[in-house]
Design a protein around this ligand. Structure first.
Ligand code: ATP
Ligand code: MG
Length: 196
């Protein structure tokens, strides 16, 4: 770090906010596999796009295809996975974007780290779906494999999930459809003055 100096950008964030017409933030979706993070994040993203907002979704599987393809699923790798995602999301908010991140992010300490780095721009969305419901949905067939012992460190089965204590948005998807869940996120963005 010694000889690395942060270079100031010629276009300021305030200028970007001015031309975008909204504030940047990180919408941090967390929840079990199959809870609905990617599904809800993408419906929210579509709604933002239709409002003319500049947004993007960083999705677990997509990031692991490239940026984080060298990482596994043990605890150390999960921590590094979240650290890199947080840094990328932070750069994207510095570019003025509303960034959705859809990762299981099972550990409270990592989410708190992300919150600290993003400061006031962090909106934690707990996609709260009981394990039994996730397992019944099993959209990728992963629970079946995990129960058979074919996937080590599977969150909810052989690796812990630490639920958020005070998330900004709490979505109980067992009693909300996807549209209602996405609308709750949009309302939270309005309340927090991210969008109008
Ligand atoms: N109310 C709901 N909210 C969200 N998803 C729902 C709801 N009801 C049913 N589903 C279904 O549950 C599944 C959720 O899968 P999705 O891939 O979004 O989960 P995920 O949290 O991104 O999982 P992973 O961590 O494995 O990527 C989808 O098939 C979706 O259609
Ligand atoms: Mg997903």
């Amino acid at each position: 770090m010694n000889n690395i100096v942060w270079h100031k950008t010629s276009v300021t964030l305030a200028e970007r906010i001015g031309s975008n017409g909204h504030n940047p933030c990180i919408i941090w979706y967390t929840g079990l596999s199959g809870s609905g993070k990617s599904t809800i994040a993408n419906v929210v993203d579509r709604k933002l796009y239709e409002r003319g907002c500049h947004s993007y979704v960083l999705d677990g599987d997509n990031v692991r295809h490239g940026l984080n393809k060298d990482l596994g699923f043990d605890d150390v790798s999960r921590v590094e996975n979240i650290r890199r995602i947080t840094e990328v999301a932070n750069l994207m908010t510095d570019a003025g974007l509303i960034v959705g991140t859809a990762f299981i992010s099972p550990f409270m300490a990592d989410r708190e780290q992300a919150r600290k780095l993003a400061a006031s721009r962090f909106i934690e969305v707990y996609v709260d779906t009981p394990l039994a419901v996730c397992e019944q949905r099993d959209p990728k067939g992963l629970y079946k494999k995990a129960r058979a012992g074919d996937i080590p460190h599977f969150t909810g089965i052989s690796s812990p999930y630490e639920p958020p204590v005070m998330p900004e948005v709490h979505l109980r998807t067992a009693s909300l459809n996807v549209e209602e869940a996405a609308e709750q996120v949009i309302q939270a963005l309005i309340e927090k003055d991210i969008i109008s």
